[in-house]
Design a protein around this ligand. Structure first.
Ligand SMILES: Cc1ncc(COP(=O)(O)O)c(C=O)c1O
Length: 379
């Protein structure tokens, strides 16, 4: 049924073998920097590459501070801690996301509250957020209290799904009004801008991921980005086992984490960052090809939302119903073209099924229809 799609993808990515959903491209100085790193023997959490990377990524995104971490998940965990999330607080997020977003809330001992996503961004909906807050919360002494649970709603954690920016300015305004700290999960949106400003820098703090499937990869890695000096200092301290700086003594003044990005990962990542613009151009070109292909088809290609410049990290299409979604997955994967459904909603997982949910009509609609199609950058 979807054989012409398989042929179309093979025209882009090649006739033979399995076409992966997303594979990294190593076309620059990766081997040179890795060799330099190995020769220096500084392969672990101290070294020039990790410091250099922090400077370069902060410059690219346009923030004052970046703190490199071992993963996007660890960056999220620390971002929530330094933005004040305590055990028994609540954090508002979207159910249509990778599980790490929600797990990080749990690592803090806090509880997720799910609001809906927008149909045209797949990211947290400001309308759904506002409706939830107006209906269920009261602001007292500059704290937002959930009237039902009595808990403090401490933070809001939207995610820029598949690289498409959500309505982050509106979300920010609402958060300010309700005294809620805004933390952005920008794991998927390096190179994506909303009204000309990089995603991840609208809130108090943002996080990125450099996992193997991301637009640039460190193998594994992540990063916190912020303009707030105090938060950056605390984040750095917490990610380096809270060690008090000293030439030889081992003193730790709080319970910290071993979350620092190793130098060897940073060496790889600096080379990747040097080619980010190449990857972004290639991804946009591929997205436009998909857009052309789906123009006269009865399915929707997911385009960058209004006011946004998306990195088109993972291209998506919206089919008409769940049966068609399953058929598409079957036809493409059995012909060597890797496609994947969007995540099951997080609130449907056993581990999160007791969480509070607003009306999630859009998230449920998308979850049964969206498919990601091969999106690797090519030369
Ligand atoms: C939305 C989102 N948040 C968080 C993460 C976690 O990042 P990492 O895999 O680097 O821990 C990922 C991806 O992996 C992600 O897609």
């Amino acid at each position: 049924m979807f054989n012409n799609f398989v042929d179309f993808v093979r025209d882009i990515y090649g006739k033979d073998g399995i076409i992966p959903l997303h594979k990294p491209l190593f076309i620059g100085n990766e081997k040179q920097y890795l060799n330099e790193c190995i020769d220096s023997t500084y392969v672990s959490s101290v070294g020039k590459f990790v410091d250099q990377f922090e400077e370069k990524i902060a410059n690219y995104v346009g923030v004052k501070y970046a703190v490199a971490t071992s993963s996007g998940t660890s960056a999220l965990h620390i971002a929530l801690i330094v933005s004040g999330v305590n055990p028994s607080d609540e954090v508002i997020t979207q159910p249509l996301t990778f599980v790490a977003t929600c797990n990080a809330i749990n690592y803090c001992g806090a509880t997720p509250v799910f609001v809906d996503v927008d149909m045209d961004t797949m990211g947290l909906s400001p309308k759904s957020l506002r409706d939830f807050l107006l209906k269920n919360t009261t602001v007292k002494n500059k704290q937002c209290i959930n009237n039902i649970t009595g808990k403090v709603v401490k933070a809001c954690l939207p995610m820029h799904t598949f690289g498409h920016p959500c309505r982050i300015e509106e979300i920010k305004d609402i958060c300010e009004k309700f005294h809620i700290n805004l933390v952005e999960d920008a794991a998927e949106s390096l190179g994506s801008f909303y009204k000309g400003k990089h995603t991840g820098k609208f809130g108090l703090i943002g996080t990125l991921s450099f996992n193997g499937n991301k637009i640039i990869t460190a193998g594994g890695g992540g990063c916190l980005i912020t303009d707030n000096k105090e938060l950056a200092i605390r984040a750095r301290h917490l990610t380096t086992t809270a060690k008090v700086p000293h030439k030889w003594e081992y003193s730790h003044d709080m319970i910290g984490y071993n979350y620092r990005m190793p130098n060897i990962n940073a060496a790889l990542l600096i080379a990747q960052l040097e080619n980010l613009e190449v990857f972004l151009k290639s991804k946009r070109k591929i997205a436009m090809k998909y857009k052309g292909f789906f123009k006269d088809k009865p399915y929707k290609f997911f385009e960058e939302p209004p006011n946004s410049q998306s990195n088109y990290w993972l291209n998506s299409i919206i089919l008409n119903n769940k049966e068609q979604q399953q058929q598409f997955l079957n036809d493409t994967n059995s012909n060597g073209v890797m496609t994947r459904p969007v995540w099951d909603l997080i609130n449907k997982l056993d581990i999160y099924k007791k969480s509070y949910c607003s009306d999630l009509t859009n998230a449920e609609f998308l979850s049964e229809r969206v498919i990601n199609v091969p999106s690797s950058a090519i030369l």
